[in-house]
Design a protein around this ligand. Structure first.
Ligand SMILES: *[C@@H]1O[C@H](CO)[C@@H](O)[C@H](O)[C@H]1NC(C)=O
Ligand SMILES: *[C@@H]1O[C@H](CO)[C@@H](O)[C@H](O)[C@H]1NC(C)=O
Ligand SMILES: *[C@@H]1O[C@H](CO)[C@@H](O)[C@H](O)[C@H]1NC(C)=O
Ligand SMILES: *[C@@H]1O[C@H](CO)[C@@H](O)[C@H](O)[C@H]1NC(C)=O
Length: 342
């Protein structure tokens, strides 16, 4: 989800617009706290190909830049992070370009993102790597961040007197990761992460960035679903997470969501659906909550069960991850490397 900074109502309107425009199933799904769930509509049988396909979706290219050069991700670890947690996230990021991983793989998932091109016909880069990292252990801007103070955290990271992050507006993605004690505006209520670009007036540069929070304390049943389930929706069951950390395993799919979107829409003028750029609906928004064949509504689709009982849908370099699918604009449905009909 992008961050429309001036019109918070947009965040509430996006799901509403979906509800009204697309009569029929609501396919982008998370157990948001105040969403009314129509069980009849949202639980599907496995008989027909669903996975969010719709002739009504007009995902369009709006001529802006996309990330076609080698992509460098600069993680900013805000608050208190264990090394074991950082390792899971770093390994996921490194898996995006690890084409030799066992299929279905994270690199296979990225192939759908690579299908997107710019005006010159250049595709999204296949190379995503981790650049310099920054720790902000002492919560430089407090334990409750607003959408604007998120930009100030990034400013501190790129202007720090000791080892500032490089300035890379063309192919850098600044990934702010907040630890479980940190609240960010709208977290849990209608966002688990967002991406946007920094304002020159605040940061000095226009830098694409994304924020993703660890929801373990605040709302695992929403942002780490299905590794935790919210109490207010009876019948939803949690599954075991693949790397034994519910909050971080839940962040992986949100990080994937934001990186897919920031790559295809870094300045929010490239790939999105909807006529109004204030309400862009991007390639991962369309497939939120869909992890496998048959997915849609509150059904996640077919996933795998490991021998240890963990649920996942793709392999990375050494670990397994559960990552939502993304929209394929060539065929007009959500897809992923674990699709059964490939
Ligand atoms: C859900 O709605 C109720 C009543 O409108 C409100 O009191 C509550 O704060 C909302 N919950 C969240 C997480 O926004
Ligand atoms: C749920 O959706 C179904 C199918 O669209 C509809 O027939 C039913 O009336 C809805 N139920 C509620 C409580 O809105
Ligand atoms: C892009 O990354 C690949 C793999 O790391 C590397 O071989 C290549 O030289 C890089 N290209 C540029 C222009 O840096
Ligand atoms: C680049 O995008 C085009 C158009 O979507 C697609 O046909 C082609 O396979 C893509 N190339 C790569 C390397 O993904």
């Amino acid at each position: 989800m992008p961050q429309p900074p001036t019109i918070p109502a947009a965040l509430i309107l996006v799901p509403l617009l979906f509800f009204f425009f697309f009569t029929g199933p609501v396919f982008a799904w998370r157990p948001w706290p105040n969403q009314t769930l129509n069980k009849t509509e949202s639980i599907f049988g496995g008989s027909k190909k669903y996975e969010g396909s719709s002739d009504l979706i007009q995902l369009k290219y709006h001529m802006g830049p996309i990330l076609t050069n080698n992509i460098t991700i600069y993680p900013i670890w805000y608050g208190s992070w264990k090394n074991s947690q950082k390792r899971i996230i770093r390994e996921f990021l490194s898996s995006i370009s690890a084409v030799d991983s066992k299929p279905p793989s994270v690199a296979g998932w990225w192939k759908t993102v690579q299908l997107y091109t710019d005006q010159t016909g250049a595709n999204i880069s296949r190379h995503v790597h981790i650049g310099a990292e920054k720790n902000d252990r002492l919560y430089s801007h407090g334990k409750s961040l607003t959408r604007l103070s998120v930009q100030s955290v990034i400013k501190s990271a790129v202007t720090s007197t000791t080892r500032p992050l490089p300035i890379n507006p063309k192919s850098g993605v600044y990934l702010l990761l907040t630890s479980e004690e940190v609240y960010v505006q709208d977290f849990c209520n209608n966002v688990c992460g967002f991406h946007y670009f920094t304002f020159p007036s605040i940061v000095g540069y226009t830098l694409p960035y994304a924020w993703v929070g660890n929801s373990a304390k605040l709302c695992p049943g929403v942002c780490a679903y299905p590794f935790a389930a919210p109490a207010y929706i009876p019948g939803l069951k949690a599954v075991k997470s693949p790397n034994s950390d519910v909050g971080v395993d839940g962040m992986i799919s949100v990080i994937a969501h934001e990186i897919a979107e920031v790559s295809t829409n870094p300045l929010v003028n490239a790939w999105y659906a909807g006529e109004d750029p204030v309400f862009p609906v991007e390639i991962a928004d369309l497939c939120e909550g869909i992890y496998g064949t048959g997915g849609g509504g509150s059904y996640t689709g077919q996933m795998f069960n490991g021998e240890d009982g963990a649920t996942y849908n793709m392999n990375g370099i050494r670990r397994r991850f559960l990552v939502q699918w993304v929209w394929n604009h060539l065929v007009n449905y959500c897809t992923g490397p674990n699709a059964l009909d490939q």
